[in-house]
Design a protein around this ligand. Structure first.
Ligand code: NAD
Length: 382
């Protein structure tokens, strides 16, 4: 029987959002089990969350520092930690576990500062640890299919990219009424230098980079702050140039009435185009120059092998957010198992977003803020 890996979690207490998604997604494949955690700063919530998952009370800790040290000293200690706290804690929590030789799964954005992200990369290497940054949407089978189509050269040379991620949940200043997720996202001390670009613009950057493999050469950003008393952006438009000469435009917004999580990426090349829509993630629009547009459907025989290997259900039985997350974890846990048993792995072979994707994300956010602060001017990416 395959041995399950053991993981711990920092954040993800009862009432929080993404920690629970991570737990359910990991459980989908049964390759790893939750055995430890510090789920909240609130002691009562932390204990109750531990009880909910039947954890040994001695492994429900009161701080991440204590957890990292004690788990590293146990013979049956955790194989990896999942970090699902507000952004400002990602760096210090990840650092603590890496120092103790424990691999890390961290939600995006990886850190606030680029220097912190680079330091984590060095630490992971030095301590022989793996690192996944959970950019959810690259886990979708049809996002992988878009990538395969581009890699095969089916749309030719990429010329133009347009991508958007509109939401509406911050139309009103709900943080003033104590809405938990809005409270920290609109607070620069917890969110970082940006709210909207950091929270959802970073998903656009990652999806485009994943599907196209292009590197950003330079960008120009406008970031707006709507709502009385707010200090961080909740709407942004970004124009980009890529290393192959292509142009891009990104729009992210949390004040776009009528939209929930409408991430859409359109890529136009010399020979064709692809379009992926997160809210319709079982399908992909693909057009070859001079031919009728096709709607490719997940779960069919024509899907490329690199994407199809992540398929779970026949077409027409929708897969979604949980499955995308599970695909990322499945790949990461497979890689970590080999690593822990002394094997050598090439992270690229496992198709999960590694620390380099996290570093690019932090750089993207910082460059958008830099452009905005200089009066919305072009800034070089490197
Ligand atoms: N990948 C995605 O699609 C996605 C989606 C949503 C959020 N996120 C990211 O996930 C992270 C969490 O976001 P969320 O919406 O779940 O926030 P949330 O406010 O719902 O949850 C944060 C959790 O962290 C806990 N926490 C705070 N400080 C802590 C500490 N010192 N020790 C232990 N626990 C602590 C809180 O008690 C809470 O349980 C953010 O970085 C966010 O950007 C990613």
């Amino acid at each position: 029987m395959q041995q399950k890996l053991k993981y711990g979690m920092v954040g993800g207490g009862i009432g929080s959002f993404i920690g629970d998604v991570h737990r359910r997604a990991i459980a989908l494949d049964g390759k790893a089990e939750l055995v430890a955690g510090v789920f909240s700063r609130d002691k009562d919530n932390c204990e109750k969350t531990g009880q909910l998952f039947g954890l040994d009370p001695s492994r429900v800790y009161s701080s991440y520092q204590e957890m990292a040290e004690k788990e590293a000293n146990r013979r049956d200690g955790i194989d990896f930690v999942v970090i699902v706290t507000p952004n400002n804690l990602h760096y210090s929590v990840a650092k603590e576990f890496l120092k103790n030789g424990i691999s890390v799964s961290c939600d995006k954005p990886l850190t606030i500062e680029i220097s912190e992200a680079l330091e984590l990369k060095d630490l992971a290497k030095k301590n022989n640890c793996l690192f996944v940054v959970t950019y959810t949407y690259t886990g979708h089978v049809m996002a992988k299919e878009a990538r395969a189509i581009v890699q095969r050269g089916d749309i030719g040379q990429i010329r133009v990219i347009t991508a958007e991620y509109p939401q509406s949940w911050l139309v009103d200043t709900i943080e003033k009424k104590g809405q938990k997720q809005a409270l920290w996202r609109t607070d620069p001390k917890q969110s970082g230098k940006s709210n909207c670009v950091g929270d959802i613009g970073s998903h656009i950057e990652n999806m485009v980079s994943y599907i196209t493999g292009l590197k950003i050469k330079k960008l120009i950003a406008n970031m707006d702050i709507f709502g009385e008393g707010r200090t961080l952006d909740n709407n942004a438009e970004i124009i980009l140039k890529y290393n192959n000469g292509a142009s891009g435009t990104y729009w992210c917004s949390q004040v776009a009435i009528g939209y929930d999580n409408a991430l859409k990426v359109r890529i136009f090349g010399t020979e064709g185009a692809v379009e992926f829509i997160q809210e319709n993630c079982n399908y992909l629009k693909f057009t070859k120059k001079g031919q009728p547009t096709c709607i490719l459907s997940r779960g069919n025989g024509y899907i490329s092998e690199t994407a199809a290997k992540f398929n779970r259900l026949p077409g027409g039985h929708p897969e979604g957010f949980f499955e995308a997350f599970a695909n990322i974890y499945s790949a990461f846990v497979d890689a970590l198992k080999i690593k822990l048993s002394g094997g050598i792995i090439n992270e690229e072979d496992f198709d999960y977003p590694n620390i380099d994707a996290g570093i690019d994300g932090v750089k993207f956010i910082s460059k958008c803020v830099e452009s905005m602060e200089k009066g919305s001017v072009w800034v070089d990416f490197d």
